[in-house]
Design a protein around this ligand. Structure first.
Ligand code: FNR
Length: 376
């Protein structure tokens, strides 16, 4: 099908990947109110139009934590994203590295940190959850250090998982459960001519980074069960200080929606934050990220790198977040839809599309550069 805009990647992925996987990627929590707000409030941001300013050469590149980015975009950490294509996170990271934007690998990725670092040509950013098993957390930090991951994203908005009704209906969570889904998936993969293939043949499906805990032959359902039991609802700002003491590189706290929490992240030693409601997958009813952003920028904008995510579906949306003070944005679902629709090629096409749209948006607003070193 013709891919003209991000929504077309979504439709292409919907046609191609198994139903439960599409529902898992696409969905939000509860009634999906916050998921909708992220998109709608962002679309409501008005951009200023200026003319006759010589916009023949537009450069959307920025420097973020000492890294040169060809545009102010990071591929957001998305758990299970790698199931959308064979060795999916490796394919996505290759496309991202060629295009000059970072991919942030989730704790719960299908491919390991080491695999992505070795096979995509560059270590990814790494995203960490605070789990009860502190030995596991320490081991993950050590692995991220050993792989030379240039930045650590510490996600704090998942002390407990938000209810995802679409995952219940698809059978991913609750009876009959993921093992039933995987059985069906196995049957689907065995069908001749089936185009969706995550490389399961002959090897068990595991969550790469977690494989050391349960043994690499454990079924995926055991991994998900282990994870669900391991998110630590007792985590506090002290734990952030502890992570800070373990990680000397850039530390970015993801899941901030209030200026008070932004201040606390600064006090605990963070270098940056992501203003985010987890793509509307946690607290339904929470404010959209774009509405939360200005107050947070006013409070900590001079002291912290402020990133934001939720609802980015075009290059215009990137500029909308930047116009409200974000230094750069993350996008989650769009890259996973692109991966599900056409693997590495799809992700490359997506980034090129966002880049072209951002350049055009900059030209139409009369801007040729994003402020050096920040994206502001
Ligand atoms: C996520 N997100 C997420 N965040 C994180 O820190 N670790 C993770 O493992 C995941 N997993 C995850 C799975 C899926 C399916 C989605 C859609 C999202 C949140 C993600 O990083 C980001 O905040 C949102 O995706 C941003 O919203 P958009 O761009 O998807 O609208």
């Amino acid at each position: 099908m013709v891919i003209a805009e991000v929504a077309d990647f979504r439709e292409a992925a919907r046609r191609r990947v198994p139903h439960f996987l599409f529902e898992y990627i696409d969905g939000g929590s509860y009634q999906q109110v916050t998921l909708g707000r992220n998109v709608e409030d962002l679309a409501d941001v008005t951009l200023g139009q200026w003319v006759l300013r010589d916009v023949s050469e537009v450069d959307p590149s920025i420097t973020l934590f000492g890294q040169r980015l060809s545009l102010p975009l990071v591929l957001a950490p998305v758990g299970l994203a790698g199931l959308n294509a064979r060795r999916g996170e490796v394919q996505a990271a290759r496309a991202a590295n060629v295009a000059g934007v970072p991919l942030c690998l989730s704790t719960v990725s299908a491919c390991t940190i080491e695999e992505v670092a070795a096979e995509s040509g560059q270590p990814p950013w790494f995203q960490l959850y605070m789990l009860r098993d502190r030995g596991f957390v320490t081991a993950m930090l050590d692995r991220a250090k050993a792989a030379s991951c240039p930045a650590l994203v510490f996600t704090v908005d998942l002390p407990v998982p938000g209810a995802r009704y679409r995952d219940r209906r698809s059978g991913l969570t609750g009876a009959p459960g993921l093992s039933g889904q995987l059985q069906r998936l196995g049957q689907a993969l065995a069908k001749p001519g089936w185009c969706w293939d995550v490389g399961l043949r002959g090897r068990p499906l595991t969550l790469g980074n977690v494989a050391g805990v349960l043994g690499s032959s454990a079924p995926l359902s055991d991994f998900l069960g282990w994870l669900a039991d391991n998110f630590d609802p007792a985590a506090t700002w002290k734990d952030l200080e502890w992570v800070r003491s373990q990680w000397s590189g850039p530390l970015i706290v993801k899941g901030i929606l209030h200026p008070d929490d932004a201040r606390a992240a600064l006090a605990a030693g963070a270098d940056g934050i992501v203003v985010s409601n987890h793509g509307g997958r946690q607290l339904d009813g929470a404010m959209s990220a774009v509405k939360a952003l200005p107050g947070i920028v006013d409070t900590v904008g001079g002291d912290l790198v402020v990133l934001a995510d939720g609802g980015v579906r075009s290059g215009l949306d990137v500029l909308r977040y930047l116009s409200l003070g974000a230094d750069a944005v993350l996008a989650g679902r769009p890259w996973v839809w692109a991966l599900g629709s056409a693997g590495e090629r799809g992700v490359a096409q997506l980034i090129a599309m966002l880049d072209a749209e951002l350049r055009a948006a900059m030209a139409l607003t009369g801007e040729t550069r994003l402020a050096a070193g920040s994206g502001k």
